[in-house]
Design a protein around this ligand. Structure first.
Ligand SMILES: [Zn+2]
Length: 310
């Protein structure tokens, strides 16, 4: 296996730096990539976090996996681990790159393009060729909280199998997004799961635990690792629907996150702060609450509740 001119043989573990770039102060910025190779050949799996600089749950999942030294106990195959993919945005505490671009809409990228395009190019040219599959860790935003879920395109059998072996609480069918890493890697037949859990800049214990367990289950199913893992209870969701605010005001829901709601059930309310107007939110379909807007002040049209449908 070779990354950026460094050869990593079977039985070797190392750290390689990708995409060297200089900050305006002259400080060097690089993306650390950790590579763990068993003595025995086998699948090569990518685990990456921090594609968006404010999505800290994935970064914590990666830190826990590194700290517990799971990747150093591989019985076969290789792990390529990138704890923080978008280092400059992580330092800036922002989702986007300094020029406002979304790194996950810069793929496949070009060598001499924008900063995002250059990072995407390096990932496409240097990481995608050396992996067979991967998991890309994300979170909701500052407002939307996602219940732990993996997203993949069910029509792609390899992706669906990978999602099943990860075993997150929910598996959501999600068509490819143009210019995303997932779409780009799929062109080379390499399935990438997108794991979504929690909010930006807020640790979610359940999101971090489920993410770690998913990685361990995935490696166990690939016979790369022999560790005890909790049994998954995955619910398959064929689609999803957002419920939006009909009026502006104060929003609240009484339903428990991740639970099932029935069609026509009242699942929340939006009220005027002066107590003279109130609109109930009615579930348009049976489904599970997989995303909730945590900001109490909303404008009409704001996405409030994400319902996943079986
Ligand atoms: Zn993200």
């Amino acid at each position: 296996m070779k990354i950026n001119g460094t050869t990593i043989g079977l039985g070797e573990n190392t750290r390689v730096n990708l995409n060297v770039y200089y900050l305006p102060t002259g400080a060097k910025m690089e993306i650390p990539v950790y590579v763990f190779r068993s003595k025995k050949k086998g699948p090569s799996v990518l685990f990456m976090a921090g594609m968006h600089g404010d999505e800290t749950n994935g970064i914590e999942i990666m830190r826990n996996l590194l700290k517990e030294k799971y990747f150093e106990k591989l019985e076969r195959g290789s792990v390529v681990a990138i704890p923080i993919t978008n280092v400059v945005s992580f330092l800036n505490r922002s989702r986007e790159l300094p020029d406002g671009r979304d790194l996950n809409r810069c793929f496949p990228g070009t060598r001499a393009g924008s900063l995002g395009s250059r990072i995407a190019y390096d990932l496409t040219k240097k990481i995608v060729p050396i992996i067979d599959m991967g998991v890309d860790f994300h979170t909701g935003g500052a407002e939307i909280n996602n219940y732990p879920q993996v997203r993949c395109f069910f029509e792609n059998e390899k992706s669906f199998d990978l999602a099943r072996s990860f075993g997150a609480p929910f598996m959501l069918n999600s068509p490819y997004r143009e210019k995303s890493l997932r779409k780009e890697a799929s062109r080379f037949g390499k399935p990438i799961l997108v794991y979504e859990a929690g909010e930006s800049f807020r640790f979610s214990t359940v999101g971090i635990t489920e993410g770690m367990n998913g990685c361990l289950r995935l490696m166990k199913n690939l016979k790369m690792l022999d560790v005890p893992t909790p049994k998954p209870t995955s619910i398959t969701l064929q689609g999803s629907k957002w419920i939006r605010a009909k009026i502006s005001g104060l929003f609240r829901t009484t339903k428990k996150f991740g639970t099932f709601v029935e069609k026509d059930q009242v699942i929340g309310t939006v009220s005027s702060p002066y107590a003279d107007l109130e609109k109930q939110l009615i579930a348009p379909t049976d489904g599970f609450l997989i995303g909730i807007n945590n900001k109490p002040v909303v404008n009409e049209g704001d996405a409030l509740i994400h319902i996943g449908t079986e």
